[in-house]
Ligand binder design. Structure first.
Ligand code: NDP
Ligand code: MG
Length: 390
């Protein structure tokens, strides 16, 4: 039986992973499931899948989790330390689907113990690309991408030589405000930004899709994972969300990955890799769909894309600054403290203020240097928001 753990089990990616594993329960031995506030779901899945341990990120809710698991053999634990401890438990395949920078540490620990890390948590590559890629290279572990675009590129590269690749094109739906005027985007509410035209995802990534901060993170993720130059990476707006990415080769060929907008494809590919197995996703009828549309993104509407390339040009710890400032700006937008377009202004200002800081110049990257940079960027972002709102 394959030993599997799921970090962020109660979220959108986590639940899709459980859907796949739950279809073939005899094939998997579930080691750890982790969640945050959704104790009911965590306990229900841990019971059903007979996990060894269930962990909530919130220490204050440990008693509640214990009570929900009463009468079972499932251990209950809580807090960031307990999540890291769960990641150290031997497992063959580990899903990294915690949202935000909190996902980095358990992923590193899982790689160190030799697991295959199915990486949905894009923030790991954005904040600490060199660290997580080096950890994978020097341990017995390996990373498989789960973000749909990166899974698509990965699949397009099977049997190919990276030296023959000229361009990597990742697509973007354009999110909730694809066809909105800029004046209307300025007034957009979190509720409006939280509905995605094609994908059903967690709230934070859905809002990041509307601002294209999600695509900006993915540009950085592409550079870090595929180790290509950032000039090779292009973003293409594709409203249908059926072509997930394209790889352009030096003979002029473009290999496109086409599939339904269902994360169980990318999760399933990572689960069964290097095999391809039957997955419960819809089969596309391209004749019925008829036409696919593509256009260049308008950088004026989506400054996050420009910032991503600036971050890559800065290198080092700039990704950690970018991600942390983005997370604080997103909190500010969700709490109605800042406007939708103000998120990019805050992030840009934080990058500018910290561009000369020692943190950013730090040549060595460790979990400590990344955490230190993350904290400094969060503090700076809060100051910027305060000043901008004065
Ligand atoms: P969700 O918000 O749906 O789920 C996030 C998960 O993380 C939940 O299990 C949540 O627990 C848990 N969590 C939240 N905060 C913490 C914390 N501080 N410490 C530990 N656990 C925490 O997110 P998604 O599933 O949408 O996304 C997960 C990751 O995958 C993100 O990095 C996202 O960018 C990436 N991704 C998602 C895609 C999607 O289709 N959803 C596509 C591609 C990438 P609880 O809910 O119990 O509070
Ligand atoms: Mg994606």
């Amino acid at each position: 039986m394959r030993r599997v753990s799921i970090f962020g089990a109660t979220g959108s990616i986590g639940q899709n992973t459980i859907d796949l594993i739950g279809r073939d329960p005899d094939a998997y031995d579930v080691v750890a499931l982790t969640g945050g506030q959704n104790i009911t779901q965590l306990a229900e899945d841990a019971r059903r899948l007979r996990a060894d341990v269930a962990v909530t990120a919130d220490e204050a809710r440990l008693d509640e989790l214990r009570a929900a698991l009463a009468g079972t053999d499932v251990e209950a634990a809580a807090g960031a330390e307990a999540i890291a401890e769960a990641a150290a438990r031997p497992a063959d395949w580990v899903m990294s689907a915690i949202v935000g920078a909190a996902g980095l540490r358990p992923g590193l620990v899982a790689l160190e113990q030799g697991a295959t890390l199915a990486l949905a948590n894009k923030e790991s590559l954005v904040t600490a690309g060199a660290l997580i890629m080096d950890t994978a290279a020097t341990s017995d572990g390996q990373i498989l991408p789960v973000d749909s675009e990166h899974s698509a590129v990965f699949q397009g590269l099977v049997g190919e030589d990276m030296s023959a690749v000229e361009r990597i094109i990742i697509t973007a739906s354009g999110g909730a405000f694809r066809d909105w005027a800029l004046e209307d985007m300025a007034k957009a509410t979190p509720e409006q930004a939280s509905s995605h035209p094609n994908w059903n995802m967690g709230q934070r990534i859905t809002i990041d899709s509307a601002s294209m901060f999600n695509k900006a993170l993915e540009v950085i993720e592409t550079k870090e994972f595929f180790k290509c130059s950032h000039e090779m990476i292009e973003v293409l707006v594709h409203p249908e969300s059926l072509v997930h990415a394209l790889v352009g080769f030096n003979d002029g060929a473009l290999m496109a990955h086409v599939g339904p907008p269902d994360m169980r494809h990318a999760i399933g590919y990572a689960l069964h890799y290097p095999e391809r197995r039957k997955l419960p996703v819809a089969r596309l009828d391209l004749a019925k769909i008829g036409a696919l549309h593509f256009r260049d993104p308008d950088l004026h509407r989506y400054p996050a894309l420009r910032l991503a390339h600036e971050v890559l040009a800065m290198g080092g710890h700039a990704g950690a600054v970018f991600n942390a400032a983005k997370e604080v700006a997103l909190d500010g937008f969700i709490d109605h403290r800042i406007g939708f377009l103000q998120m990019a202004e805050v992030v840009e200002e934080v990058l500018e203020r910290l561009s000369g800081s020692q943190c950013l110049k730090n040549a060595e990257m460790t979990l400590d240097t990344v955490t230190e940079t993350d904290h400094l960027a969060r503090k700076t972002a809060l100051e910027v928001i305060k000043e901008q709102n004065r």
